[in-house]
Design a protein around this ligand. Structure first.
Ligand SMILES: [Cu+2]
Length: 145
């Protein structure tokens, strides 16, 4: 009986250790901002810089927001026309940084559930990564990042 307790104690500490390594944050999100839009806007673009301090590549796989349905987008040029395409994920290479910015990768919120936020307010977001990390942050609503 003592042996069984000892084994279950070992298993418990092993699972605690793996939980700790999942919680060790590899991803840092900085400089989150959203372009201040007119009150009639139907979408909100959000930009953020993501840094991966871990030893493995990590992907941003989804974003949630109380403001509406958030998608990952890429801006591309096609026949001299600017176009946005949804992307399934955004990879942040190990020890690399990816800057979501105007004319490039971005988060776009559509099907707005709340009024368009005015300048100097914040827009809360949660970023979900394929390594299990989530980051909740407030993007600053501004015209001049
Ligand atoms: Cu977009």
């Amino acid at each position: 009986m003592k042996l069984i307790k000892l084994i279950s104690g070992l298993l418990l500490s092993a699972s605690l250790m793996s939980a700790t390594s999942v919680l060790a944050a590899d991803i840092m999100a900085e400089k989150a901002w959203s372009r201040a839009m007119p009150p009639t806007a139907r979408v909100l673009p959000v930009y953020v810089t993501l840094r991966n301090n871990g030893a493995k590549d990590v992907s941003l796989v989804s974003v949630s927001s109380t403001y509406g349905q958030a998608e990952l987008h890429q801006t591309i040029m096609e026949n001299d026309m600017m176009k946005m395409l949804p992307v399934d994920f955004i990879v942040i290479g190990s020890k690399e940084q990816v800057k979501l910015a105007p004319m490039g990768l971005h988060i776009m919120i559509k099907n707005l559930a709340l009024d368009v936020p005015t300048e100097d307010n914040t827009l809360p977001l949660t970023l979900n990564f394929d390594n299990g990390e989530t980051i909740s942050l407030d993007a600053k609503v501004t015209r001049t990042p």
